[in-house]
Ligand binder design. Structure first.
Ligand SMILES: Nc1ncnc2c1ncn2[C@@H]1O[C@H](COP(=O)(O)OP(=O)(O)OP(=O)(O)O)[C@@H](O)[C@H]1O
Length: 127
């Protein structure tokens, strides 16, 4: 697309650069404002440090990287849904509750999967 609202985009390349910058702003926002995102990032860094210490195989790294990426991606989507819900209604609404709870549920499910994958990979390495 070569134009955006108010004609702010002028070319395809600047559009791509802007998209990248906006995406980065979104990631930074989520990291700064969302406690859970900070927890995910800290745990991810610790897992990678331990992974290097116990010398994971390339296949094990594949699972770890995919899992970390999945958790952080879902947390970003959860944050986006929370913001959208707050934008749509600042009042209590059963549908707002469902949207936020289902979204948080998605993060919880993948986090449980991440813990199980971590245990399968790290327990034999450590013991
Ligand atoms: N507008 C609303 N209407 C009804 N229930 C809501 C509404 N906003 C939030 N809730 C309920 O309160 C819970 C907490 O909402 P909140 O917006 O504080 O997100 P959160 O779960 O604290 O997210 P996080 O801690 O990851 O930022 C939601 O999961 C939902 O059950």
């Amino acid at each position: 697309m070569s134009s955006d609202y108010n004609g702010k985009r002028t070319s395809k390349s600047s559009g791509v650069l802007h998209s990248f910058r906006y995406a980065l702003q979104g990631i930074i926002h989520a990291f700064l404002k969302e406690r859970n995102m900070k927890i995910h990032v800290v745990i991810s860094i610790l897992v990678m440090i331990v992974g290097m210490a116990v010398k994971l195989t390339p296949m094990e790294w594949l699972f770890i990287v995919f899992t970390i990426g999945g958790v952080i991606t879902l947390e970003l989507l959860n944050t986006a849904i929370e913001r959208l819900v707050d934008l749509v209604t600042p009042d209590f609404h059963p549908l707002a509750k469902q949207a936020k709870d289902v979204s948080a549920g998605a993060v919880l499910i993948f986090s449980i999967v991440a813990v199980i994958i971590g245990l399968i990979i790290f327990i034999p390495k450590i013991f």
